[in-house]
Design a protein around this ligand. Sequence first.
Ligand code: PEP
Ligand code: MG
Length: 883
Amino acid sequence: MSGGARVGLVVVSHSLALADAAVALALEMVSADPPPVAVAAGTPDGGTGTDATAVLDAVERVGGPAGVLVVMDLGSAVLSAELALELAGDLPYEVRLSAAPFVEGVVAAVVQAAAGAGLDEVAAEAGAAGGAKAAHLGPQEAPDGPPAGASRADDAPAADASVAHERDVTVVNPHGLHARPAAELALLGRGYDAEVRLTSRTSGRGPVSARSLVGVQSLGAVRGHVVTIAATGPDAAAALDAVVAAVEGGFGESTDGAVTGEGAATTDQDTAVPDRGTAVAERGARGSDQGTAVPRPPEPADGAVHGALHGTPAAPGRGWGPAWHLDDALPALPGRPDGDPAAERQRLEAAVGAAADDLRASLPPEVGTRGGGAGPARADRHDDDPYVAVVRAHLLLLEDDALLVPAREAILAGAPAATAWQQAVDAAADGLAALDDDYLAARAADVRAVGRAVRRRLQGVAHRLEARSGVLLARDLSPDEVRSLDPAVTTAVVTAAGSPTSHATLLARAAGLPLVVATGEAVLAVAAGTTVAVDGGTGQVLVAPDDSVAAAWRAEQDAAERRAEAARERARGPARTRDGVHVEVAGNAAGPQDAAVAAAHGADGIGLLRTELLFGGRAEPPDEDEQLAAYLAVAEAVAGQRVVVRTLDVGGDKPVAYADQPVEANPFLGLRGLRLQLERPDLLRPQLRAVVRAAQRTPLGVMFPMVTTVAELRRARAALADAATDLGLPGLPPGLEVGVMVEVPALALRTRHLRGLVDFVSLGTNDLTQYALAAERGNPHVAGLSDALDPAVLALVAATCDGAGPDVRVAVCGELAADPAAVPVLVGLGVRELSVGPRSVPAVKERVRGLDVTAAADLAGRCLALPDAAAVRDLLEREVPGG
Ligand code: PEP
Ligand code: MG
């Protein structure tokens, strides 16, 4: 049946009972001749939910020349209705979505439509329907006002009767629910048929959808805050478990602020700070960030901006040259729309789509845009590229209901697309900027950056940053703008606004581009062409400095360059002690990018590839081919040197959604590492097959994490042998070494039973320390206890070396390996490989070269006899100063 002269109404709700009741109430208000009304509510199996095809079906049942008004309840009802319209394509009549409150809207719309009102009038009456109640009751804000950063899209009722699962968790990672965790939550959320919402019990903000990057960040949840996670829908229990595990696990970040695994796929950790030595310019007018005080700038000679400006140091290094400005002005916002709401909305969707396409096009070829709505999640060799991570976050923002829903609503209310979009962006960005936590507040820059990108598309402004030589002065820069700068041409950047923790800053650091932010508006008044000298390490910006400044900086630059080059040169050579013992110094990596950094710093291969990070943050496990490609990419990045692939170390502080881990009271003592994989052949088998296949083409080691007993290792070895047999091989490929992580004290004490079963062992001192000292890693309350130089931990290292005997090589890949104080002790105890963060390789090699093994063994023996870690550190400070 189809509607005719009267407006048809479609009522969309999660609950059939609710929709029927609202319609029944409305029909009581009208005469015997009601307008056409169709209900699309609940799921086909009688459950709670909404369905776009049911909405479309309802529209078609009541649609006619007078048009259709759709009234919805909350959340996904709006999304389903929107999707229905997309599915509908061109209908011969107008269908309008109403932002009206549900019950009042249904009643008003039915009454108006029954009276023969046109679509405009029906929609207007429905939209105004909540007004009478509001006027009667007056302002309804809580005493402190509305929660900062809560967006209209997230205005779900606090007590949704359909909430099935709810739990409180404490945020443990240092910066809390910032962009990368928020993006991880958004991705996790997509893997489940569930609506997950978060409310901060500490700040009172929320609820917000776990799928909304803006919403999650607007909670302002930092370490120590308690967040209530509530899930509804068919997969509620599983979704809740996954989200709780991710939050409790700190999203793979160590609690000292670094990401577990140097250079892991972060968007906003400060792990990408280049070596000071390598960050200095190798070309043009770029100076070192170290050295003597800067000569005083001259006094201003005229009315122009001269002298020194101060900003916040953001990316180290010095650069100077003629100033140039970024012309990024946008046209004024239109006061009136060009077309009707439907046309304006279409313009907005097209602009958002085009901005997303621009972002994707800015990526290196073949990068997967998981999280950006571009197909299934796949890891790729660019996963640890900070720019790729930023783009993925921005793509999520372009899909974020916290921006799109208010913009669409404003368009429906008559605003032009650009104005509606800008209002939504401003509200979201202002909400973030108002947060107490500086780090989270800096995420507002991301919202503004995507906001500008869409505005440029909407208002037809071509944007191509034509990089010029010299110092760029700008109000602020977006990550893609930084990305488009060539540090060989643009020697430094100064921004009036900005933050040292923005994504743009992160990228500037990664590129070695000196950057000073937050200098204030004065910098924009510096005339183009004026010489500007910038020190990104101190935040000093000298306008029209004396020639002697450039001369002094240039001399320092040359000296720093020579020092850095000499260190790099030496790092390429082997690390031999003074008495000729060779110690391998390899790099720890989470992917090919780390591996390339390690190679550039002279690493002897990769001693630990953390595959749970390489393939983390996704809903599906990587298949065998994908893993093979990733391992070969890492090997290629280190020019075919040996790569040690650690099998998935999931569990404890490293949850991954696809591992389906059980809920455990003590996850660090539970189904972790090899324990989990032995229970999950579907995860172990493809990984071992990929390892065996890779080992046929490149030197490889495989090692198993969290092993406690020899029996476990035997089972893992059997699985490895099976993988080779499956592949039609007579045995393991000759280039494949087998090893085991020594992280559990029990294994450290029985290493001699590993002889003949392994080629090497690698001490995971991070975990070994927590298990030996019963002090959970990352727990700030027991941080004082967990020093890996505790003699008890050193005794386990000694036991490992003794037990391993002459034929099993002993490595250390925990953080202790990069501790300069520890290097002599480890080598003295018998360790012959140190695997460290990529940028630590040169320093560790230098440290090894200064050692004498006999003296180091004596020193280690004395450490073992001491009562505690403090005494060990005192001794080392006295005996090996600088350690
Ligand atoms: C360790 O425990 O020392 C180790 C290297 O493993 P991870 O830090 O990845 O747990
Ligand atoms: Mg470990």
